[in-house]
Design a protein around this ligand. Structure first.
Ligand code: CTP
Ligand code: MG
Length: 231
């Protein structure tokens, strides 16, 4: 099967702060984006990688990808105002190549292991829609607008969802096109779109180390994680 990966790197990284978007800042001297792309390049089954960036970040992108083997890369395309729009731009850019399976991965998750990425591919080839999840360890409660507790949710049935999320390409592209046509731009991940069009989505084991760089302190955690990888 032909396997593609869309890497969404078109966010502004507001919460993480800093002088440039978090995907262009470094961990252990290497940019977050370069680490993320290298993890995908390490997976032989992936045929093509489609980066999505803000076009104003083109020179940052070039610097971050310098000397990476170009064979598997499509030229970056511009993203949109929301993550959902950025994913759609990446899928549209891949449409002419018509891959069988597509992984959607956050540039902000530089620690996805090869084993995790391979699990995603295998699960999607079997089921058509598969996402990594972790059991939640905190107790989760719903609250109302006054911070009053509504209920305590059954933790055993909850999962915290990561990327890479993996899908049969054609139905995911169709789901994105339909959401766009219908003006729905409030889906926070691709699985939510797949669920919306009635695809069955399965959860496979995620990884605790597959953190999303979100807040400033995540860079400190990432630095110590990468130092531990070296030792
Ligand atoms: N993303 C994107 N296009 C957007 C928004 C987000 O490609 N319009 C990407 C980000 O670059 C990131 C991933 O989606 O790799 C997950 O989003 P998030 O962690 O929210 O990153 P940002 O939106 O950049 O950060 P923030 O919400 O703090 O501004
Ligand atoms: Mg965001």
């Amino acid at each position: 099967a032909r396997i593609a990966a869309v890497v969404v790197a078109a966010g502004s990284g507001i919460r993480a702060g800093g002088d440039k978007p978090k995907q262009f800042r470094t961990i252990g001297g290497e940019t977050v984006l370069r680490r993320t792309l290298s993890a995908l390049l390490d997976v032989a089954a992936i045929d093509v990688i489609q980066p999505v960036i803000r076009l104003e970040d083109t020179s940052l992108f070039k610097a971050a990808t310098e000397a990476l083997p170009p064979a598997k890369f499509n030229a970056p395309v511009g993203g949109g105002a929301t993550r959902q729009e950025s994913v759609r731009a990446g899928l549209e850019a891949l449409a002419s190549q018509a891959p069988d399976v597509v992984l959607i991965h956050d540039a902000a998750r530089p620690f996805a292991s090869r084993a995790l990425i391979e699990r995603a591919i295998a699960a999607a080839e079997k089921t058509g829609a598969a996402i990594p999840g972790l059991a939640v360890t905190d107790t989760i409660k719903s609250v109302d607008s006054h911070s009053l507790v509504g209920e305590t949710l059954d933790r055993s049935s909850l999962r915290a969802i990561q990327t890479p999320q993996a899908f049969a390409f054609a139905p995911l592209l169709e789901a994105h096109r339909r959401a766009h046509r219908e003006g729905r731009n409030d889906f926070t991940d691709d699985a939510a779109l797949a669920e919306w069009v009635g695809m069955q989505v399965v959860v496979f084991d995620g990884e605790a180390g597959n953190i999303k760089i979100t807040h400033p302190e995540d860079f400190m955690r990432a630095e110590s994680m990468q130092a531990a990888q070296l030792s």
